[in-house]
Design a binder for this molecule. Structure first.
Ligand SMILES: [Zn+2]
Length: 73
């Protein structure tokens, strides 16, 4: 099974992987590319689908974490 990708997205300008947290994205906070310094702000309206997907992803991650805490099956 492949490990889940680290949260983040490729920079649209330089392609550098910008690490960001789901909380940061869901809070609609701007974040910066550590490669070129580009500021990225998610447009809440335009990103509605993406934000919904992130919420689903976070719920899945929490569920996985919960299962991990319970120990091996
Ligand atoms: Zn960049």
């Amino acid at each position: 099974m492949a490990s889940p990708p680290s949260p983040g997205l490729p920079c649209p300008r330089c392609g550098h992987h910008i690490a960001t947290s789901l909380e940061l994205l869901l809070a609609n906070r701007p974040f910066y590319c550590s490669g070129c310094g580009l500021q990225i702000t998610l447009d809440r309206e335009k990103s509605k689908g993406a934000l919904d997907a992130l919420r689903t992803l976070r719920a899945g991650l929490e569920e996985a974490e919960e299962m991990r805490r319970r120990g091996p099956v």
